[in-house]
Design a protein. Sequence first.
Length: 346
Amino acid sequence: MPAPTSIPAFGDLGRGSQTSVPFTGFLGPLRVAKDVWIVRRLFSLGAGQTDGLSYLGLRGRLLNLLGETPLEHPALSYNSNESTADQVTEERSMVAKLMAGDNCPFPLDTTMTIVRHNGQLVLHSVVPFDEELLNEVKALGDVSLFIVPNLQHWLFLEDWTKHFPTASVGLVPAACDEDLSEKMDFLQLHRGGVFEVQADRADQLVEHGLSACHLEGAPLCLNEFLFFHKKSGTLLASDSFYGGYTDSETPTWFARLWFKLTKYGSFRAARLPIYRTTRVVSHGDKSLLLKCSQKMVSQWPVQQITFSHGTSPFGADRMAEAGLACRSVGDAYLECWRTGLARLAK
C-alpha cells in the first residue's frame, strides 16, 4: 500500500475536472438585485484545521457514510444517479484514492453576499481573499461592515480585515462552547468596532439597510443569524438553507458526492443535509426553530435567498424548478426545515 499523503494545507484545492465555480479565481461580483451582489469561490473544506471541522474528521465521516464497501454505495453507482457517467467515474476515482490512504482535498463552493447602502458595503460571509477580488469589491463602494453569520463561517475574515482595518465586525453569539471571539483572537487588535449581533439591538445593521433575525433552536455548529435587505427582498442565509445546484451547474466532485450522501441522494434538490437537522434534535429545539422560521417569513417579504453552498440565489424560478409547492420563496425556506425535520421522525 502506498504511503499516505500529507493532510491538505489551508487553501489546497487539489485537482478536479472543470467546474462552474473555477479552481482558480472566483465568480463575480454577480449582481442579483439593485445594490446586491454575490461572489462565489472554492475553498478546501477542513484543510489546515485542527479543531472543529478538521480534515481527518471529515475524511472519516465521508468514508463512514460510504460504508464497508464504498464503491458499491448507490451514490457511486452508474445507475439512477444525478451525476453523469464521467462525474461518477471521477467520484469513484477520488474515493479509491481515499481508500488507499491518499488525503485528497475536499473542494467546496462558498458564497459571499455584498450589500451596498449609501455607498457603504456590507460583506456577509466572506470568501477566501484574493487581490483581484479586492479591487472588484473596492469598485463597488467602501467596506464598512463584515458579518460573520454563524459559528462556522469565520475562517477567511482575517485577510479581509487587514485591508479594511476600520470596518466594523458583527459576530453571532457563542453557543455550545463555541465562541467566535476565542477563535479569532486577531480581532483583539482590530481597530474597527467588534460587536455581537442582536436582533433587538440592530442599529449597526439598520445603518446598512439590513434587519436581523436569530434562527433559534439550532445552536450546535450553527447559531445562525439571518439578514433581510428590504429594498431588494433578499434574505441573506448561510448554512441554514441549501437551495441545491441547478441543472446547468457542475459542482466539484466533493460537493456532488458529499451532498448525495447527506441530502438523501441529491446534490441538486433544495434540501437540508441530515447533519443540520439531527443537530437540532440532539442539541436544539425543533418547535422553537419552526416557530422562529414561521415568524420570520411572515414578517419579511422574501423574493430571493442567497446562501453558502449551491447555486445562489434561490428565487421563484428556482422554486418552480425544484418542484416546491410553496406560496412564496420565504415559505420554501420554512418548508425545507419542516420536511428535513419530519424525515427524522420516519
